[in-house]
Design a protein around this ligand. Sequence first.
Ligand code: ADP
Ligand code: MG
Length: 258
Amino acid sequence: MSDNPETVEAVHASGDAPVLRMESVRKTFGGSVVLRDVDLEVAPHTVTALIGASGSGKSTLLRCANLLEDIDDGAIWLDGEEITDPRVDQDAVRRRIGVVFQSYNLFPHMTVLDNITLAPRRVHGVPRAEAEERARALLDRLGLSGKAGAYPDRLSGGQQQRVAIVRALAVRPRLLLLDEITAALDPELVGEVLNVVRDLKADGMTMVLATHEMGFARDVADQVCFLDGGVVLERGTAEQVFGDPRQERTRQFLRRIV
Ligand code: ADP
Ligand code: MG
């Protein structure tokens, strides 16, 4: 791992072993099956886009990957460690995964800098000076240099969402999960947030993102998974899934949305 605070480079694992692997994951809520037999492999330094209609299970899949939901069956591995093993320290696992949601969830009573340094300091034990230095370097990189002392309500939605991304990166996660991070933004602010994701990809960050931005998914994703009723109905490269979908359901979905 690089110690240079100006890089957001992901921690490099040895070889090409998947960062995240799901096998036959099943998730139910009160008897209804929300994820059925989901397999997923996410290679290091790649972007996986989850697409599919509202209610198809994208958020649930991300929440299971981060152990925010218990799964009913199957197993999940992070860097080769089975994280669904009941003996695993779930908090320790979550500390290795960054998550950004649709709503930025910044703490309104804290400055941008405090929002970002809270977890590194409190959870990871990083000294304040070092946490702040890292935070400022990340803010610079994401075009937010002047905002360290600002309160969230003084920022645009796009700026708030970029701060939320900085906050997720501040703990140097192994994997970044992004759940429709542009869905709540005014259209003119979507681009700046998507550009951050492109930059992170260029830095080698491994990401799984749920998105309705099909042009973006096509552009940035190495792997696209189309979810339909809790099943990964189709997966492939962006070129294959968008350019030549095999399943009629995928075609229907893409016709509706694009
Ligand atoms: P998506 O993110 O693709 O819109 P979700 O993963 O949010 O889909 O939801 C998948 C299905 O699971 C939906 O039918 C939704 O109503 C259901 N669901 C999600 N979370 C819960 C929950 N906490 N309790 C009950 N049902 C849920
Ligand atoms: Mg969702």
